[in-house]
Design a protein around this ligand. Structure first.
Ligand SMILES: [Zn+2]
Length: 427
C-alpha cells in the first residue's frame, strides 16, 4: 500500500459480510426427522446454550409489513437492564453494530398495540413472541422413519424455535445432562410435521448416541471453537443485537416512514439531523425519543450543565418536566410505563435506570431510563397502606404476559396431544 493510502482490513470486511448475512440465515428444519448436534453456550451467555428473547415479527407498516424487531420492553427482555448477566455483552454488541444503547427505553410497538385500534389479525402478527435461539449442527436427515438417513453438510447454523422445541431440548438435557459436550455429545432428533400454522414438532434424544456418546472430530471441534468466539458466526447475542432497532428506528419502521440514510454509514444512523447540535428545553425536544442522549451530546446548550442557569423558571409548560434521573426522592411523578400512564414515587437510580414505586400498586416497580422525561406531579400523594389481604384478582405476577403464556400453553397442549396420538409407537 503506497503512502497516503489506507489499506483494507480483510478480516473486518469478512466480519461485516458475516454480520450482514446473519439474521436471515436461520436454519429451519424440513418436514421429517433431522439429527442435530446442539452446540455449547454461545459467547456472552453463561450456563445455557440458548438465548431467550421476545420479538415482534411484523414490525413494520403498523403490523402489516414483515421484519423482526427485538421488543424494547425491559420486562419482556431483561437483557435490556443491567440487572441481567448478559446485559454488558449485549450492549457492547449493539455498539459494534451502530445501535444506540441509550435509545432502548420502552417498546414503541408494544405501546402502539396497547393504545391503538388494530384488527385482531394484525395484533396477533405483531404482538411480542418469545423465541429461543440456539446454535445447531444438522447432521443427518430422513423424510420419514422408514427412509434411510442422508448426510447433511450445513455447518453450524443459528436456529430459532418456539416454546415446544425449547422445552423438548431442555427436557432431554434434564434427563441426560450436558448433551453439548464435544467429547461426549448426545444428538437430538427433531421431528417436524406439517407447515405454517399446522406445524408440529417433537423432540427426542437419539438412542445411538445415548448408548455411545459422540466424540466430535478435531476439525469440527476447531470449527466450533472459532464459531463460538466473540463475534464469531455462533455469536447469538450479536444476532439478537442485529435484530434490535433503537426506539427511533423501531418507531419509524413501525409507522412505515422512510428514514434518510445517515451520511454513508451502513448501520443506519437514523437520528434527526439536529441530533447533538440543537437541543433545547422546548416541547418538541422533550417529545423526541433522542432527547436524552442528544442533550448530553450538545452539552453546552443543556441548561443543567451551564453554570449561569438561563431563566428556566420563567419557562413555559415544559417546566414541570424533568429527567427521570434528576427526580427528587420521595416525590411523585407521572411516568409512562408499558404504554400506560402511572404515578410513581421516585426511589432513586440504579445505574442507567431510575426507579419509581407505583403508588397505586405497591408490587409494581417502574423502571425508566434516567434520560427519559417525566412530569412532576404536584398533588399530594398519600403513603400506600400495606394491604391486609390480596384481593380483586391482583394475585398475578407483575411480569406476567398473558399472550405469551397463552401461546405457550397452546403449544404445550398441542405437544401433549401429539404425544398421545403417537401413543406407543416409540420403541
Ligand atoms: Zn415490544
Amino acid at each position: 500500500m503506497g503512502e497516503g493510502f489506507k489499506g483494507v482490513n480483510t478480516e473486518r470486511v469478512q466480519k461485516d459480510r458475516e454480520s450482514r448475512k446473519r439474521g436471515s440465515d436461520f436454519w429451519s428444519p424440513d418436514e421429517g426427522d433431522t439429527l442435530l448436534y446442539v452446540a455449547p453456550c454461545p459467547p456472552g451467555i453463561d450456563g445455557v446454550p440458548y438465548v431467550e428473547g421476545a420479538f415482534h415479527f411484523s414490525a413494520t407498516n403498523r403490523g402489516e409489513g414483515k421484519g423482526a424487531s427485538f421488543c424494547l420492553d425491559s420486562n419482556a427482555n431483561a437483557m435490556l437492564t443491567d440487572a441481567d448477566p448478559a446485559h454488558d455483552a449485549f450492549v457492547s454488541r449493539l455498539k459494534e453494530l451502530d445501535r444506540d444503547p441509550d435509545d432502548m427505553g420502552g417498546c414503541s410497538i408494544c405501546e402502539a398495540l396497547d393504545s391503538g385500534d388494530f384488527e385482531k389479525k394484525v395484533k396477533d402478527a405483531a404482538r411480542k413472541q418469545t423465541r429461543y435461539m440456539w446454535n445447531v449442527l444438522p447432521i443427518k436427515y430422513r423424510k420419514k422413519q422408514s427412509a434411510p438417513w442422508t448426510d447433511l453438510n450445513e455447518g453450524l447454523r443459528p436456529y430459532m424455535c418456539s416454546f415446544t422445541v425449547w422445552d423438548g431440548i431442555c427436557s432431554v438435557i434434564g434427563d441426560l445432562g450436558d448433551i453439548t459436550d464435544p467429547n461426549g455429545a448426545v444428538l437430538i432428533i427433531l421431528h417436524r410435521e406439517g407447515t405454517g400454522m399446522s406445524t408440529r414438532y417433537q423432540v427426542s434424544a437419539d438412542a445411538a448416541t445415548i448408548k455411545k456418546p459422540l466424540v466430535l472430530d478435531k476439525a469440527t471441534k476447531q470449527m466450533l471453537r472459532d464459531a463460538l468466539k466473540d463475534g464469531g458466526t455462533g455469536d447469538l447475542l450479536r444476532i439478537v443485537a442485529a435484530m434490535t432497532k433503537d426506539r427511533t428506528t423501531q418507531e419509524a419502521d413501525w409507522n412505515g416512514m422512510k428514514v434518510e440514510e445517515g451520511g454513508g454509514k451502513s448501520g443506519g444512523d437514523r437520528k434527526p439531523s439536529c441530533f447533538g447540535v440543537d437541543w433545547d428545553d422546548s416541547k418538541e425536544c422533550a417529545k423526541c425519543p433522542h432527547s436524552g442522549p442528544c442533550a448530553k451530546k450538545s452539552g453546552a446548550k443543556k441548561p443543567k450543565d451551564n453554570d449561569d442557569k438561563p431563566a428556566k423558571k420563567a419557562d413555559d409548560d415544559a417546566s414541570e418536566m424533568v429527567k427521570a434521573g434528576d427526580c427528587v426522592e420521595g416525590e411523585a411523578y407521572e411516568v409512562k410505563d408499558d404504554g400506560k400512564t402511572k404515578v410513581g414515587r421516585f426511589k432513586g437510580t440504579a445505574g442507567k435506570w431510575a426507579l419509581f414505586q407505583n403508588i397505586e400498586d405497591d408490587d409494581d416497580l417502574i423502571r425508566l431510563k434516567t434520560g427519559v422525561e417525566v412530569e412532576h406531579v404536584t398533588v399530594e400523594v398519600e403513603e400506600p397502606e400495606p394491604e391486609p389481604a390480596k384481593g380483586k384478582g391482583k394475585a398475578k405476577p407483575a411480569d406476567d404476559d398473558d399472550d405469551d403464556d397463552d401461546a405457550a400453553l397452546k403449544e404445550l397442549e398441542a405437544r401433549i396431544k401429539a404425544k398421545a396420538a403417537k401413543g406407543g409407537k416409540d420403541k
